[in-house]
Design a protein around this ligand. Sequence first.
Ligand SMILES: [Zn+2]
Length: 166
Amino acid sequence: MEIIYRIHAIQRMFERDISEETIENIIRNGNIIEEYNNDKPYPSYLILGFVKEKPIHIVYAENADQIIIITTYIPESTKWENNYQYEDKKMKCMICKHGETVSGTTTITLERASSTVVFKDVPALVCNNCGEKYVDQKTTKSLLKKASEIVENGVEVDIRKFKVAA
Ligand SMILES: [Zn+2]
């Protein structure tokens, strides 16, 4: 069975130094803790495995020929313990429909014509199931404004830490 990775999953793996061999090993030997048999277009699964004794979750879908790695994350991650303003804005994830959002940060890439602007450490609501991210209106406003300024200055590539406007 061929394993196909969503780019989002590769990004999460790289962040946490998890190899494709580790993912394959967990898919073969881990414990499936939830089955979403009605998921479309393919049934999907949440599986638990361990990397250096630390738990990781992998969400994947399976059809007759392929296993598609959707995301991987550390359950109940302490990485998201920061007390940003999203604390009490929990919501269900619109993309996977299973997860709930938790407060976190993300990297956002915005592109227009030949310019690419990358903001790191952007406060976000992160789905604890699929890793989808949501950003509030104030942060969105600030992102669009800063990115436009950078692009209008003719910069081709800009990578910066995002600062929450005071
Ligand atoms: Zn989700």
